[in-house]
Design a protein around this ligand. Structure first.
Ligand code: LMR
Length: 397
């Protein structure tokens, strides 16, 4: 029946975990998928989440379907967290609960495929590999804009401005709100302001993917700088939010898509169409993750606890960056490793070549994506030295 179907290639990120699990070496190290680990290398459930779970059990909520758009209270709290005091007229924002950030991106891609026919979505080069799958499957053409400069290991700001300067009026541009995945390189605040002006001049549509609010710097306001700036500057815009990383709710699939509209009436219409798309794909989103987020954001004590916990996770990653750089420099490596601490967020875009990454796997049982991206959240005080030694070994011979 299916003999004509060819096997699909492994996902460049998730496929790394499959290889890792097949490795029998006890000292193997997984630095592929971006998922936080504590300093013992174990997955972490935040205390605020455990407390919210207890509260939900005590409240004995029912398990009815959510409406297609999701839980309205969750949506409103999620938007307050993102837009902060820049939220303005919340009724003019169409908001819908989604299956995490991926679901938000996919819903938005489906929306532009239907209602912005012919529009191209510009994506940074490089970007999270799944962005390309999402727009492809929704039938939206993507074009790359220059973002990362390998020689400086920093932002290719001139390239970015030139490429987006050549985009057509009305084109959509995907921006990572903070902690760019995979490079860990973000524009400075001054550069963001310039980008916003360019978007205004060219009438481009910003679509911000915010997967790390609070998780990048430990400060939810700082990490929301770019998205709030676009809102303050009066852009029509869209935003994908995820609570996978910053609340550690990976498997609960909880996120939000919001589209900033011209009026309450327009937002109502846009939301009705988002619901049509969602209904046909999955009918309504899952309940528990939204309940957890809403409980945490809506409770003063739990919210305060969450803010300390998200900062703790961000700080551990920042500390691991410092330790990795120090260990690499001590290892005798003469290569520059300053970028390890300059970059922010979950990932270190190490500069290792695909062949060097293969050697890390084959000779040292260390697993990461072939673009040289290291999930810093998977590095611990006990493993950082081994990682540095192995990185030194594969970059010198
Ligand atoms: C990652 O980039 O590793 C994460 O966002 C997880 C994923 O789904 O790819």
């Amino acid at each position: 029946m299916w003999s004509q179907v060819e096997a699909a290639p492994k996902d460049p990120i998730l496929g790394v975990s499959e290889l890792f699990h097949a490795d029998k070496d006890p000292s193997k190290m997984l630095l592929g998928t971006g998922a936080y680990r504590d300093d013992n290398g174990k997955p972490l459930v935040l205390e605020c989440v455990r407390k919210a779970e207890k509260k939900l059990i005590e409240d004995a909520k029912n398990m009815e379907y959510l409406p297609t758009q999701g839980d309205n209270q969750y949506i409103s709290r999620s938007l307050d967290l993102a837009y902060g005091k820049e939220i303005g007229n919340a009724e003019a924002i169409a908001g819908i609960q989604t299956l995490s950030g991926t679901g938000a991106c996919r819903l938005f891609a489906e929306f532009i495929a239907r209602f912005k026919k012919g529009a191209v979505c510009y994506v940074p080069d490089p970007t999270w590999s799944n962005h390309l799958n999402i727009f492809r499957d929704a039938g939206v053409e993507t074009k790359a804009y220059r973002y990362y400069k390998a020689d400086t290991r920093g932002l290719d700001f001139d390239g970015l401005k030139e490429d987006l300067g050549n985009a057509k009026e009305g084109d959509v541009v995907l921006l990572h709100a903070c902690a760019h995945n995979p490079t860990g390189v973000d524009p400075s605040e001054e550069q963001w302001l310039e980008i916003s002006k360019l978007f205004k001049d060219k009438n481009l549509f910003p679509f911000l993917d915010s997967a790390y609010q609070g998780f990048a710097s430990g400060d939810c306001d700082k990490d929301a700088f770019a998205l709030r700036m676009f809102k303050r500057d009066g852009h029509a815009m869209a935003l994908a939010q995820s609570f996978a990383k910053n609340m550690g709710l990976y498997g609960h699939r909880v996120g939000t898509l919001s589209i900033v509209c011209a009026s309450k009436e327009e937002a109502t219409v846009v939301e009705s169409q988002l619901k049509v798309i969602a209904r046909a794909m999955y009918s309504s989103p899952p309940l528990q993750g939204a309940n957890l987020v809403s409980t945490i954001l809506g409770d003063e004590k739990l919210n305060a606890l969450w803010l300390t916990e998200v900062k703790m996770m961000a700080d551990r990653i920042i500390d691991m960056r410092a330790k990795l750089r120090e260990a690499l420099e001590k290892s005798g490596s003469t290569m520059g490793w300053k970028h390890v601490t300059d970059q922010i967020g979950m990932f270190c875009y190490s500069g290792l070549t695909p062949e060097q990454v293969d050697r890390l796997k084959d000779e040292h049982h260390i697993y990461m994506t072939r673009n040289g991206r290291i999930s810093m959240a998977g590095v611990t005080s006990k493993t950082v030295e081994k990682l540095a030694q192995a990185m030194h070994a594969v970059t010198t011979s």
